[in-house]
Design a protein around this ligand. Structure first.
Ligand code: HEC
Length: 204
């Protein structure tokens, strides 16, 4: 028997001996069918929201760990889409920021389309100490400015993180508020103030 033929027989034997491969695509297809049954378009809450974009597709298929070189390129692409307020001011009014962080309204089928959308930040973060009901999916942001400062670079970081969290962490679980058109630049800068202004209760 020629070496190549023997090698391919060995390879075939190895494949046959391997445990049945986990079929990712089967599970994905089943999950999609189930989701499509439950998510139906109602007003502005359209069912296409359950579909992943290309970036989410690669996170979903790599256990949130795309190859490092691709991660860098994807993050740079996300960052390139961040839009800043026309006047360049990244710090707004922390009191307005607190209202936006508290609000979970907007974008649902019971909300009037076109109205400003809330950030729902407390759903995932501790922020100002007065609010004791908060989620812990994200890190605590209490004392954020006190700990990290409020330099121009820090303002830019917080602004662009809120605008598009995936520009720093490609498979981040934090929603891309500016990227998806939920929060407007002037709302995002109020949130920057909530986190960074020394007068904000976050930093007292
Ligand atoms: C669905 C959960 C979720 C929501 C809602 C959410 N975040 Fe996050 N956020 C996270 C997670 C998880 C991280 C940590 C991972 C990362 O950095 O991407 C994070 C990280 C951050 C960071 C970076 C923290 C650091 O140490 O550098 C900031 C700032 C932030 N979030 C602000 C906000 C603001 C403001 C809002 C509301 C507009 C918000 N987040 C809403 C989940 C969320």
């Amino acid at each position: 028997m020629k070496t190549t033929a023997r090698n391919s027989l060995v390879a075939m034997a190895m494949i046959a001996a391997a445990p049945a491969a986990f079929s990712d695509s089967d599970h994905r297809a089943k999950a999609l069918v189930m989701m499509k049954q439950d998510f139906v378009t109602k007003g502005q809450a359209t069912a296409d929201r359950i579909f992943e974009d290309g970036l989410q597709a690669i996170c979903n298929r790599t256990g949130n760990q795309p190859p490092a070189d691709i991660t860098k390129r994807l993050e740079a692409d996300q960052m390139a889409g961040v839009k800043y307020p026309a006047d360049g001011k990244l710090m707004g009014d922390w009191k307005e920021g607190e209202k936006i962080a508290q609000s979970g309204r907007g974008f649902t089928w019971t909300d009037e389309p076109g109205l400003p959308v809330g950030g729902n930040c407390y759903n995932c973060h501790q922020i100002a100490p007065k609010e004791t009901s908060f989620g812990t999916v994200g890190p605590s942001l209490f004392h954020f400015g006190k700990l990290r400062g409020n330099t121009a670079d820090m303002q830019k970081y917080v602004y662009s993180k809120i605008y598009n969290a995936k520009s720093y962490n490609v498979c981040s679980e934090m929603p891309r508020f500016g990227h998806v058109g939920a929060l407007r630049p002037e709302q995002i800068r109020h949130l920057v103030a909530l986190l960074l202004d020394p007068e904000s209760p976050v930093n007292k």
